[in-house]
Each structure stands twice: as structure tokens, then as C-alpha cells.
Design a protein around this ligand. Structure first.
Ligand code: ADP
Ligand code: AMP
Length: 220
């Protein structure tokens, strides 16, 4: 399946993409994760993207589209993928359409994770990520077994630089301005499906699985 995950920052896209990837083997492609890795490594890409990320702004389209285009050509994407956090504006959505038609394939669905705006700041501010493997936790909603330590790899859990309250608010306003219009874009294409992201993590995963099952059974 070729899936795009839509939704505001903190909606739970990365968490659900990780779970679905584990279950299905589909690669989880997140430009945010790729950029954070590049910043950590101090690569040229990392130097290019850092100031945008720290400010809660979108990295320029030429850089982002280039990174995604290259990633999508890797053999593990041939049978499908979960795109989490791309596209994030209309130009990226059009670039993705071009990539899909060049490859002679199409998206199966854009999954919109719906979460009331007022809980998103708390979701992001309470997020903790593993410095080692990147696994995601939440101080209240999805805590690790031992405080500050990753269940998966024993790495140290830290707050993302862009998860401080002021930056989260900026990211939410960037979302409203640039990304939310994509919900209509995919609705008009007839591939939008919605999942209620305002429920316990397992319940979201179950609803997502059911939506994807329905989709697989639908004649195309
Ligand atoms: P996104 O990738 O959409 O920015 P994440 O998957 O990183 O969002 O989730 C944001 C934060 O909310 C994380 O700390 C995560 O552990 C937590 N979270 C994810 N899903 C849920 C949920 N259904 N209920 C409560 N907290 C959640
Ligand atoms: P995320 O991990 O999805 O929350 O993204 C973290 C940050 O990475 C964003 O605030 C942007 O600065 C950058 N980023 C991630 N995805 C994109 C994208 N599709 N286009 C531009 N910038 C992005």
C-alpha cells in the first residue's frame, strides 16, 4: 500500500506509522526523522535544515522534495510505503503526484488523523524521543517502563528542540496555513480517509487497521 499520513504536528502520525510499519513491513518514511538524523551527524543536509527546524518552519521545498524523491527510489519502497510528514504543502503534493506518475503507480490513501487543536500543544511538549533509536514516548500518555530510558534500546530520552511550547505554536500555525489545505486536495481526489486520533493509542491503531482493511476490500 502507498499511504500518506496527514494531520497536525502531535496528532500521532509517527507513532502510528511505526506501529503499522512493524506490522506490515512497509517502510516508514519521515522527512522530520531524516532531517534530525542529518543534523545529529552534522552533514551538509543537516546544516541546511537546522535553522528552519529550530524555528518551526518548513524546510525549503527543493531540499525536501529532493530528499524524498531519492528515498522513494530505494528498492524497499517498490511495494509500498508510509509517508509521514510529506507532503506538507501544495507544491510538495504536486511533486509527489509527479513522482507517482513517473513510477506508474498511485497513492492508495491519504489518512487524516483528526485531533482537536487544543490538545496538540500538550502532545508535543510531553513528547520524548530516544537519542539512540528515535523511538517516541509521551510523559503521560505513553511513558517508558523506566523514567528517561528507552524500552527498545536503553538509550536516553530527550525532548526535541522544536517541542518547546513557543516553537510548537509556530509549527501549528504553519500547519494551518500550509498543510491543512491538503485535506481538501486529497478529498477531491477521492482518496481521503479519516481516523479519530483523539483516543488511546491502541484504539487509534485499531481504527486505522479497520480503515485500511475496508480500503483493501474496495474495488478500484
Ligand atoms: P506526530 O508524528 O503526528 O507529530 P507523534 O506520533 O510523535 O505525532 O505523537 C506526538 C506525541 O503524542 C508523542 O509524545 C506520542 O507518544 C503521543 N501520542 C501519540 N498518539 C497518542 C494517543 N493516541 N494518545 C495520546 N498520546 C499520543
Ligand atoms: P516532524 O518530525 O514531522 O514533526 O518535522 C519536524 C520538522 O522537520 C518540521 O517542523 C520542519 O522543519 C521539517 N520538516 C518535516 N517534514 C517536512 C516537509 N515535508 N517539508 C518541509 N519541512 C519538513
Amino acid at each position: 500500500m502507498r499511504l500518506v499520513f496527514l494531520g497536525p504536528p502531535g496528532a500521532g502520525k509517527g507513532t502510528q506509522a511505526d506501529l503499522l510499519s512493524e506490522k506490515t513491513g512497509l517502510p516508514h518514511i519521515s522527512p522530520g526523522d531524516m532531517f534530525r538524523r542529518a543534523v545529529k551527524e552534522g552533514s551538509e543536509l543537516g546544516r541546511k535544515v537546522k535553522e528552519y527546524m529550530d524555528g518551526g518552519l518548513l524546510v525549503p521545498d527543493d531540499v525536501t522534495v529532493g530528499v524524498i524523491r531519492e528515498r522513494m527510489l530505494e528498492p524497499d519502497c517498490a511495494a509500498g510505503f508510509i509517508l509521514d510528514g510529506f507532503p506538507r504543502n501544495m507544491r510538495q503534493a504536486e511533486a509527489l503526484d509527479v513522482m507517482m506518475s513517473e513510477a506508474g503507480v498511485r497513492l492508495d490513501a491519504a489518512v487524516n488523523f483528526e485531533v482537536p487543536f487544543d490538545i496538540l500543544v500538550e502532545r508535543s511538549v510531553g513528547r520524548r524521543v530516544c537519542r539512540g533509536c528515535g523511538a517516541t514516548y509521551h510523559l503521560r500518555h505513553n511513558p517508558p517502563r523506566a523514567e528517561g530510558i528507552c524500552d527498545e534500546c536503553g538509550g536516553e530520552l530527550v525532548q526535541r528542540d522544536d517541542d518547546r511550547e513557543e516553537t510548537v505554536k509556530e509549527r501549528l500555525s504553519v500547519y494551518s496555513r500550509e498543510t491543512r489545505p491538503l485535506v481538501e486536495y486529497y478529498r477531491e481526489k477521492g482518496i481521503l480517509v479519516s481516523v479519530n486520533g483523539d483516543q488511546a493509542l491502541d484504539a487509534v491503531a485499531a481504527e486505522l487497521a479497520s480503515v485500511l482493511r475496508d480500503l483493501a476490500e474496495r474495488p478500484r
